[in-house]
Ligand binder design. Sequence first.
Ligand code: NAP
Ligand code: ZN
Ligand code: ZN
Length: 367
Amino acid sequence: MSETNPVTSMAPSTAHTFDARAYAAPSATEPLAPTTIRRRQPGPTDVQLEVLFCGVCHSDLHQARNEWQSSMPTVYPCVPGHEIVGRVVAVGRDVRAFREGDLAAVGCMVDSCRTCPACQDHQEQFCEGPAVFTYNSPDRHLGGVTYGGYSESLVVDEAFALRVPDGLDLAGAAPLLCAGITTYSPLRHWGVKEGQKVGVVGLGGLGHMAVKLANAMGARVVVFTTTPSKAEDAVRLGAHDVVVSKHEAEMQKHLGSFDFILDTVSAVHDLNPFMALLKRNGTLTMVGAPDTPLPVSVFSLIFGRKRLAGSLIGGIRETQEMLDFCGDHGLTADIELIPISRINEAFDRLMKSDVKYRFVIDMASLR
Ligand code: NAP
Ligand code: ZN
Ligand code: ZN
């Protein structure tokens, strides 16, 4: 593929658009490659960001490879990326919260209807509109679909741009925009607090943030991993105990003892051994998103009145609350910084659970 292979299905160039370099998946089976996309010129309430860092979420991989075909089919070309930290380079005339030169961050959403009950309740992720996700959602301005942060620039309504607290490393802060909020929100919603016993299943991007956040909330944290070599890191990240989930005897020791378990696993796996670890009235919440239905024993739910639940990112207000919490506690992701030319290698390593613990793209590598 040439250096700037034009994307054929993009909106026509007009005075209201500009071109931006990006990386896109041309199809489910081809690697990501350089391309050029079109962005809208900032409208009255928009901010234009120069993207500095973009985290690599396993959702980017699911979407680029059309692994969510039955629930969220991918429109190609697909420009992933929803863990974005950038510098404001232009603002619309009515923008109040940002000025040129400010830092700003964008997560998984770039718009919503703003009027439905979910939006009124600051839960824009559940917008009945529905929410406009940062990539692969219908683009209300240019037609086609939205393009994400694997791009040199992004234009977003200021209502969906967030403030990065002072003092946080910017590359390490980028993953907070998805991995951070996706784990913070369920920990808060299910009332995790000091002294509770919390399990985190899967030590990848989401899992390692869940460990840091649950630890900072005062919980006793146990990590369940399939990769024994991650045990030492789990403790360094804030886990009080580590269980290799394939070892039945280790699992047995924790039967009936958890208040809350957060499952961040990206692939099909057996939930039943984890249901057995919950206390009476305990909750296991799925944030990991394999596309295939997972069988659950009804008996594991009814004996102990247990709950199996799910959670989707978090609203904009709660995302700012999470960023501020991370600012107060000095929390960022443990990252491996890569140039964008290594994105396909990063995807392949994610498939092998070989990530410590989030890849972040240094977007200067695209300029
Ligand atoms: P990741 O960095 O690849 O981590 C996933 C971890 O799951 C792996 O590191 C591995 O941990 C474990 N794992 C992988 N395959 C497994 C298998 N076959 N059996 C058991 N464990 C396995 O991925 P991520 O970025 O954290 O994302 C995790 C999932 O959350 C993805 O499905 C993603 O799409 C989803 N997600 C959901 C939301 C939401 O709003 N609900 C938001 C963001 C992401 P160990 O090596 O420790 O076993
Ligand atoms: Zn994500
Ligand atoms: Zn709405």
